[in-house]
Write a protein that binds this ligand. Structure first.
Ligand code: FES
Ligand code: FE2
Length: 445
């Protein structure tokens, strides 16, 4: 359990809140590059950390992210004309560039210099591999983008990038990724070990649905866990995964050493989160949670079906199956154990269970067990970072992008070896290890 005060501290992200201000120190994935498809394309409503912003791409292709409200008489910039390197408010024609400077003020006398004194709030934006990143902090000397490996692959590399809104608080959504014990139930509950390839990771997971133990540690970037199960020999099967400040996870869907997958849970506001799946795809890194099209062992596609984006503040990347239709639960499939939950697809299963805890779950009434140790440590890490930041301590991850050069995944280690030390090399990002491809014995089950 967590006190109501700590829950409040951890979950609130608006301007002036401890976690909100902390997150403003980092670059944030704000929208997909394709949402602003070309020069002078339509402006988009984007809510980020509780702030309503308008994103636009100017004539030169640069991205602007400005306050929704025009500083003149507070009309919405969403209706603006995106023309000649600026967004022009259609109320009285004031025009702002991507830096927030007022470049035209046709409603004032020509000799007036009033326009030089007016600015609109504008946040810095930059693009890398399909993601528009935003910086909402106050520094003039900006930090570097984090070394998120799948967002830094060469142009010709295969990659999978997708995003989906989740209607709950960001911590609750993120906790699903670090709660390893739900895998054998929520996602793989209908599988039987005898139908899986002996020696495969999924075989071990289903044979021993609950890990025999967890080891959870604080790290320079956040927290990590190793969860272990027995194998058919003396060796141990370890699932290794991470939380990286302020809102990233690396989950263990594939082989440690070759899996390139980072997920982000970016707060839209206190009760909505934008999920990002940033995945470097290689032929064996597919499977659960990667967003790769195809069937998983859970019997359902990993990808999700969307309804068309709307211009609503919360209208981007919404799923067709949602709380209003009970995530299209198929009770027959549940009854016959075709799908343990009756809900189709890994992502949707997680979505259904985390959203329906309530917008911000009541953590005073939880009963956390040994299997929740990663969740507990990660909450402590978030709360500590927020408190430290109030004392002026900036987390190392803000100014050390290399701290994100990590990988997660499953691996087999000899009994008696400490997983953290033994996986040190395997956890390093930006290393090619073709010899490890397929060492989870394939997903042939
Ligand atoms: S309110 Fe925008 S120009 Fe007047
Ligand atoms: Fe899950």
């Amino acid at each position: 359990m967590l006190s109501a005060a700590d829950n409040e501290l951890m979950t609130r992200v608006g301007p002036g809140t401890p976690v909100g201000e902390l997150m403003r120190q980092y670059w944030l994935p704000a929208l997909m590059s394709i949402e602003l498809p070309g020069p002078d394309s339509d402006p988009v409503r984007v809510r980020l950390l509780g702030e309503d912003l308008i994103a636009f791409r100017d004539t030169d292709g640069n991205v602007g992210l400005i306050d929704n409200f025009c500083p003149h008489r507070r009309a919405s910039m969403f209706f603006g004309r995106n023309e000649e390197c600026g967004l022009r408010c259609v109320y009285h024609g004031w025009k702002f560039d991507v830096n927030g400077d007022c470049v035209d003020m046709p409603s004032e006398p020509a000799e007036s210099n009033f326009k030089d004194k007016v600015k609109i709030t504008a946040y810095k934006a930059q693009e890398r591999n399909g993601i528009i990143w935003a910086y909402m902090g106050t520094r003039t000397e900006l930090p570097a983008l984090p070394d998120i490996e799948p967002n830094m692959l060469p142009d010709d590399a295969e990659q999978s990038l997708w995003t989906a809104v989740r209607d709950c608080n960001w911590v609750q959504a993120l906790e699903g990724d670090i709660d390893t014990s739900h895998l054998g139930f929520l996602h793989l509950g209908s599988l039987k070990a005898e139908n899986l390839a002996p020696g495969s990771f999924d075989y071990y997971t289903v044979r021993e649905r609950t890990p025999l133990g967890y080891d959870v540690v604080d790290t320079e970037y956040g927290t990590s866990y190793g969860a272990w199960r027995t194998t058919d020999t003396d060796d141990i099967y370890w699932r290794v995964a991470h939380y990286l400040a302020p809102f990233y996870t690396m989950i263990p869907t594939s082989v440690l050493g070759v899996q390139v997958l980072v997920r982000a849970w970016v707060p839209i506001d206190d009760t909505h989160t934008m999920f990002w799946n940033i995945c470097g795809v290689n032929p064996f890194a597919g499977g659960i949670g990667t967003g790769k099209k195809g069937q998983t062992l859970a019997g359902a596609a990993t990808d999700v079906d969307y309804v068309p984006n709307t211009s609503d503040w919360l209208g981007r990347w919404r799923l067709e199956a949602n709380a209003s239709n009970d995530y299209k639960i198929d009770r027959e499939a549940q009854k016959t154990n075709k799908i343990y939950t009756g809900i189709s697809g890994i992502h949707l299963q997680d979505q259904a269970l985390t959203e329906t805890m309530g917008a911000i779950t009541d953590r005073e009434n939880e009963h956390l067990g040994a299997s929740d140790s990663m969740v507990i440590k990660t909450r402590q890490s978030i709360i500590r970072a927020a408190r430290d930041f109030q004392e002026g301590i900036v987390p190392a991850t803000v100014d050390h992008p290399e701290l994100y050069q990590e990988r997660s995944g499953g691996t087999i280690l000899p009994k008696g070896q400490g997983w953290l030390e033994a996986t040190k090399e395997l956890r390093k990002a930006f290393v090619d290890r073709p010899e490890l491809v397929g060492t989870d014995k394939g997903k042939k089950g």
